[in-house]
Design a protein around this ligand. Structure first.
Ligand SMILES: *Cc1c(COP(=O)(O)O)cnc(C)c1O
Length: 386
């Protein structure tokens, strides 16, 4: 754990501004908030909790999760596996990408001792057998397609074997002497617990049809975070629904229930501090946008909470809507939803944008030379949606 790099720590976002006067975007991490969310999942989800590293792989985030007790990490590439295993040597990685290069299967298995792999096609199973020799107590999970519900992103568009074809693949996994599992992902920012119930029930049908022992049931990620005008049911409603469906099945006794949250664990654990570079009437040009930390405002239509900050002056009491322009030269780089801010917002003021812990820094590109890379930690509570 000693190799974890430290970020500078501040009491408040105002202190960050007074000290750095940043003309560049700053990710203000909230390790205490991340730990709180992690403990909630660990205490309340009725099974094993993995963290989906792609959501936010910053070391401060990984360390906060680890300190709170998360020991299992859902990784999709060799780089993510190396990151986790080298900085958190006691943690386990699960290789949860259904399509892997042969070299990464071999290296994950031999160098990093990864013992869990996911597949959604027979040819991927053959690759794993070729590269690892098969058996040896390793676990292969079959990712299935589940019924579509209200989620912001539909991941079954891309991955998963149909419930009809899955039993045969599961039998092949068993015949190759692996431990078996079934996995699914209902889609990210899923707004209905019933999606998970349908997922569990589909998995149970597949398992019954396969008629082989199954050791793992992985209900994936997709648990929602809170955004503006988007207040899904509480996480407990999801956990209760999943457990009720699982508990009724014959699997209950000898099968490990798992989940792989990303967004719900870390969205509230970071805010993004941006600065206004120019104001034209009701248009504000800021230094972060669609190609950096804010792609989800466009791709996922996420509405983020925002507040104007400048410790050096007082703002007007009156508010208005501002259209927010990102820093790149592309006309796509305009946030679809306005921010509601004091009418006297001006060049040099800062805008703190909340709920940016998920898919922000991890999705940022270097397009046009704008790449946020400053991280600090802040003790103050997170900036949440109203
Ligand atoms: C992205 C992803 C997750 C995390 O999804 P969230 O919606 O962020 O919870 C979990 N599992 C897999 C396989 C994923 O691809």
């Amino acid at each position: 754990m000693s190799s974890i790099s430290q970020v500078r720590s501040f009491a408040t976002v105002e202190e960050v501004i007074e000290d750095l006067k940043p003309g560049y975007p700053v990710y203000c991490l909230r390790p205490d908030e991340i730990k709180r969310q992690a403990r909630y999942f660990l205490d309340t989800f009725p099974g094993r909790v993995m963290y989906a590293v792609k959501c936010n792989p910053h070391l401060t985030v990984l360390k906060a999760l680890y300190d709170a007790g998360i020991r299992h990490f859902d990784t999709a590439s060799l780089a993510e596996i190396a990151l986790v295993r080298e900085h958190l040597p006691q943690a386990d990685c699960y290789f949860m990408h259904p399509v892997k290069s042969r070299a990464s299967i071999l290296t994950a298995h031999e160098v990093y001792k990864v013992g869990h792999f996911v597949i959604d096609h027979e040819k991927e199973l053959d690759k794993i057998i070729d590269q690892t020799g098969g058996g040896n107590g390793m676990v292969v999970l079959v990712r299935i397609v589940t019924p579509v519900h209200d989620a912001q992103y539909q991941l079954s568009d891309k991955f998963g074997i149909s419930a009809e074809a899955a039993p045969e693949l599961l039998r092949k996994v068993h015949d190759a002497d692996f431990q078996t599992g079934v996995a699914f992902h209902v889609g990210s920012q899923c707004r209905t617990p019933q999606a998970f119930v349908d997922g569990v029930n589909t998995a149970l049908d597949v398992i019954d049809a396969a008629d082989v022992p199954v050791h793992y049931l992985d209900v994936g990620g997709g648990f929602p975070a809170l955004y503006q005008d988007d207040q899904p049911p509480p996480l407990a409603a999801y956990f209760d629904a999943i457990y009720a469906a699982f508990d009724q099945s014959r699997l209950r006794r000898d099968c490990v229930l798992m989940c792989e949250p990303g967004r719900a664990l870390v969205a509230s654990g970071c805010s993004l501090l941006t600065q206004i570079q120019l104001r034209k009437d009701n248009q504000l040009y800021i230094n972060d946008g669609i190609y950096q930390s804010l792609s989800e405002t466009l791709l996922g239509k996420m509405k983020l909470p925002a507040r104007l900050v400048n410790p050096a002056r007082k703002f007007a009491d009156e508010y208005q809507d501002f259209t927010i322009y990102g820093p790149t030269c592309d006309n796509l780089d305009i946030l679809p939803e306005p921010f509601h801010l004091p009418v006297d917002a001006e060049e040099g003021d800062w805008i703190e944008i909340g709920q940016t812990g998920a898919y922000s820094n991890s999705a940022a590109t270097r397009f046009n030379g704008f790449f946020p890379e400053t991280f600090v930690s802040v003790d103050a509570p997170p900036l949440l949606p109203q």
